[in-house]
Design a protein around this ligand. Structure first.
Ligand code: CP3
Length: 355
């Protein structure tokens, strides 16, 4: 075993938690549920803690990041914590000038477009030393979580490249998709570097105590299947190679990725995260009926009247029964304006349906 003896999967704290069992392909008594972006702006206690503190600064203050991770677990009774951080944190820790602008998203001091800019980027690695605040925040969190598993996460190289090459959030990720064709050598160097930096970020979280992982390739849906397989899959596989020797399940998630589900599974994922556009029984068929699924309540319905939302959640749970195993989640993140009481109600409903 390549995990420390104090790891929750080694000392047994989380080994048989419903989430971990479902990720292994089993059907625990309770159908596990958690929410992408469960920590964050939908919670008044989060807004209070974040007052006057920048997003990335909050991520790098261990006590704060840990407390924010724990807030939704306490409030909603979800079956997992998701580490409070961001996909651009490993870029910042490797020395990239990146910040998160409220209401906009990740913005770089300078977009990475030319071979010289790529050279400069790939000359800065993510060191073990720079990872210290991440390890500390994970350790503090895991000590509080007890038998509830912590999910560590990282951004996939393409989604990181979509920010690095564009310099800011974009609709179609045109500059990134252009670079992969116009300058495939620079594209390869950039995405290999991103794979190693994001892979080290993920590995650090697992060694510090995370019991499962999720790779977010949020924007991969903008790619054709051919481009994904040729220009993106190798670097995603490389990112996951950083945790290949560790006994943790990997969830792979993207939006608008129905045409990529099998290709995204093939890079080394154990569980596929499905967005709200693809019904779970269809996703299961596409994956050959062998892959545990996570998803896929439509975030838009969180603001619908309860009977409408309840019928939708029941439908998600029923369709999820077609798969070998199912972890209930949203089809993308919690919208900031969500009434948190609705999320608590969904947790209670999903748990009651399992019984
Ligand atoms: O609860 C959780 O899910 C854990 C924390 C988490 C955050 N970001 C915190 C965050 C996770 C897993 C992420 C991943 C992330 N970050 C992704 C992949 C997931 C997805 O949504 O597809 C992406 C694409 C990013 C990049 C990013 N960071 C965006 C687009 C934004 C939103 C910007 C805005 O203000 O609308 C962020 C900021 C961010 N990351 C917030 C949080 C809680 C909001 C910042 C705030 O509260 O001020």
């Amino acid at each position: 075993m390549n995990l420390p003896s104090t790891h929750p999967l080694v000392d047994g704290r989380t080994t048989n938690a419903p989430l971990i069992r479902a990720f292994r392909g089993e059907r625990p008594e309770i159908t596990p549920v958690w929410f992408m972006r469960q920590a964050g702006r939908s919670l008044p206690e989060y807004l209070k803690l974040r007052e006057g503190i920048g997003m990335l600064d909050a991520c790098l203050r261990p006590e704060l990041a840990s407390e924010i991770t724990l807030q939704p677990v306490r409030r909603h009774g979800v079956d997992a914590g998701i580490f409070f951080s961001d996909i651009v944190i490993p870029l910042r820790l490797a020395g990239v000038d990146v910040d998160i602008v409220p209401g906009v998203g990740p913005v770089l001091g300078e977009a990475v477009r030319t071979p010289a800019q790529v050279d400069r980027l790939v000359s800065s690695p993510l060191t073990d030393e720079a990872m210290a605040p991440i390890r500390e925040a994970v350790a503090l969190t895991v000590a509080e979580l007890g038998s509830t598993p912590l999910i560590g996460f990282a951004g996939a190289p393409f989604t990181l490249a979509a920010y690095l090459v564009e310099g800011r959030p974009s609709r179609d990720h045109l500059a990134a998709r252009t670079m992969m064709h116009a300058d495939p050598a620079s594209w390869a160097r950039l995405t290999e570097w991103a794979a190693d930096v994001t892979g080290a970020f993920l590995r650090g979280q697992v060694l510090a105590g995370a019991s499962a992982t999720q790779l977010f390739d949020s924007w991969a849906g903008s790619l054709s299947r051919a481009d994904y397989i040729k220009h993106v899959a190798p670097s995603s596989e490389r990112a996951l190679s950083h945790v290949k020797d560790l006994p943790v399940s990997v969830v792979h998630f993207g939006t608008g990725t129905e045409h990529l589900l099998t290709a995204m599974h093939d890079v080394g994922a154990d569980v596929m995260g499905v967005d709200y556009r693809t019904p779970l029984d269809k996703a299961n068929r596409l994956l050959g009926g062998t892959v545990p699924l996570q998803g896929n309540i439509d975030p838009a319905l969180l603001a619908a009247p309860w009977p409408v939302l309840e019928a939708h959640v029941r439908d998600v749970v029923v369709r999820g029964r077609s798969a070998p195993a199912h972890v209930v989640n949203l089809g993308h993140g919690v919208p900031p304006e969500t009434d948190p009481a609705v999320l608590t109600k969904i947790v209670e409903l999903v748990h009651s349906l399992s019984a």
